[in-house]
Design a protein around this ligand. Structure first.
Ligand code: BES
Ligand code: ZN
Ligand code: ZN
Length: 483
């Protein structure tokens, strides 16, 4: 999708359709021309009024906060999807966060235009190709320079396209999207980007590195595991960030098999790794002055005669021994070895892991919210505050020593599952903490995206299925926070 700005007034711009935002039900604003018809259509400034004959669409927006702009732009795309509208024109709507207004517009249009329909026989191409925004017609009395508008539209577009790229990975079916496929897609991604390299490590390497926790999860799969290292290294990098992503291309639960209804959607258990790929894509296209390493632990968790078992004791890469009590708590096993590898090999200034880790996080926070865990409360809080300006929802979950006691094993160093329903996302975070070395304790953030990564109910600009969760949060933090 193309975005452009012009000094022409909206009335002078040639386009197929005009989009008008009705801000906070203010039907008297100078941009609104069809007051006389609103009564007939029962339009009070909320929702959408599409006047086809006049080629104009009114979309209600609660306020000009970036998130409301995203939602309104996505609503317009959704409605106009059914018509042959290639070019939309609109005014400029600077809100209180005026610097983010143009980003939000581009994000709303691009996120809202996504569809996973490659397996549908009756799929329709999206007609919309261009959005033209007038800088002369501004909703308020504020002003924005053309260069800021253009650069922010471009930023929003890149970030949203990276999010859609991530959605495609997560939505792809598990027989197609295997660890080998993830590795080859990561290599293709690196080739298509500037300053990005990709190294893929096979099972022999994992053995040599003693990544036995990761390998245990892979044992019963016919698809071999892969450790994938994507690195974006710009010349002007000010710091180094590592993002470890859970890449379970399928999680059946293993011998602690998931019940039928809980297994469905587990193709989405690769969402953390997919987000880490999307972030590399955007970082390179934006030319961010930060070195970013995405480390993806790609494997399936399956059943079979050679499956790893509850009661196994595994010596992980770091030397910590793990008593397996539940083979469905496999994400933390993969992450523990990948986190250990990332600290030793990358030595990052900031270390993220991102994972669809626990059902408990969904129970605790609901399906919309990312859990933010770690040892550094001010880092967690700063991350949450900056990341949420992307429109993603985040909530900080705090560790405590009572819960830490629940993962003490009587026969090994640590348990992979407490066997209790209580505090499950925090005990999973505490498990990971056992693999964070002292110098990195305060530099580490664990993001549990089990709830928002995959939607069974669409909302706003998020369609049914993958949401690309975490891509925008981490990018917003790397761009706007973390100074
Ligand atoms: N991949 C799941 C977590 C999950 C659940 C993601 C629902 C998305 C939606 C994870 O591997 C898992 O199965 N976790 C177990 C842990 C338990 C056995 C300690 C869970 O949450 O039930
Ligand atoms: Zn599992
Ligand atoms: Zn899992």
């Amino acid at each position: 999708m193309k975005f452009s700005v012009t000094k022409q007034t909206v009335s002078k711009i040639k386009a197929d359709y005009e989009l008008v935002f009705v801000v906070n039900k203010n039907l008297k604003h100078k941009f609104i021309k069809h007051q006389s018809e609103f009564d007939f259509y029962n339009f009070t400034g909320e929702g959408v009024l599409n006047l086809i004959a006049d080629r104009i669409i009114y979309v209600g927006v609660k306020s000009l906060e970036p998130q409301n702009i995203r939602l309104a732009a996505a609503k317009a795309v959704d409605e106009l999807r059914n018509y042959n509208v290639k070019v939309i024109k609109m005014a400029s709507y600077l809100g209180d966060c005026e610097d983010k207004s143009f980003m939000a517009k581009a994000e709303g249009f691009v996120l809202g235009s996504y569809k996973f329909d490659k397996y549908k026989s009756d799929r329709k191409e999206l007609k919309l190709q261009e959005v033209i925004i007038s800088l002369s017609d501004e909703f308020s009395d504020k002003k924005v320079s053309q260069s800021v508008a253009v650069s922010h539209l471009e930023m929003g577009k890149i970030i949203a396209e990276a999010t859609n790229f991530t959605k495609d990975i997560v939505n792809e079916t598990p027989e197609i999207y295997t660890p080998i496929k993830m590795a080859s897609e990561a290599q293709d991604l690196a080739k298509s980007l500037v300053n990005v390299t990709c190294k893929v490590y096979d099972e022999k390497y994992l053995q040599k590195e003693n990544m036995n926790a990761f390998l245990a999860v892979n044992k019963a799969s016919i698809h071999p595991a892969r450790l994938i290292h994507l690195a974006y290294k710009p010349k002007n990098a000010k710091k180094r960030v590592a993002i470890v992503g859970k890449g379970l291309t399928y999680d059946s639960g293993g011998l602690s098999l998931k019940p039928t209804n809980f297994m469905v959607t587990m193709k989405s258990d690769k969402a953390g790794a997919a987000a880490a790929m999307g972030i590399i894509r955007a970082a390179s296209m934006l030319g961010l002055p930060i070195e970013i390493h995405s480390i993806l632990g790609a494997t399936e968790n399956m059943i079979g005669g050679n499956a790893y078992k509850p009661d196994d004791i595994i010596t992980s890469r770091s030397g910590v021994t793990i008593e397996v009590r539940d083979t469905d708590a496999e994400g933390r096993l993969v992450l523990s070895d990948c986190l250990s590898w990332a600290q030793d090999k990358v030595k990052p200034d900031l270390l993220f892991d991102i994972a669809t880790l626990t059902g408990a996080c969904v129970v605790g926070l609901g399906e919309y919210t990312i859990g933010v865990l770690g040892n550094n409360y001010s880092l967690q809080r700063d991350f949450k505050l900056t990341a949420q300006t992307s429109g993603e929802l985040l909530s900080v979950l705090e560790f405590n020593d009572h819960l830490r006691e629940m993962i003490v094993s009587r026969v090994a160093d640590i348990l992979n599952s407490t066997g209790s329903r209580y505090g499950g996302s925090i005990t999973a975070g505490l498990f990971l903490d056992k693999f964070i070395l002292e110098p990195y304790k305060d530099k580490w953030l664990h993001l549990d995206i089990a709830g928002p990564a995959y939607l069974e109910k669409a909302w706003g600009y998020n369609q049914y299925g993958a949401s690309g969760c975490g891509v925008r949060s981490i990018l917003y933090y790397l761009i706007f926070g973390d100074k």
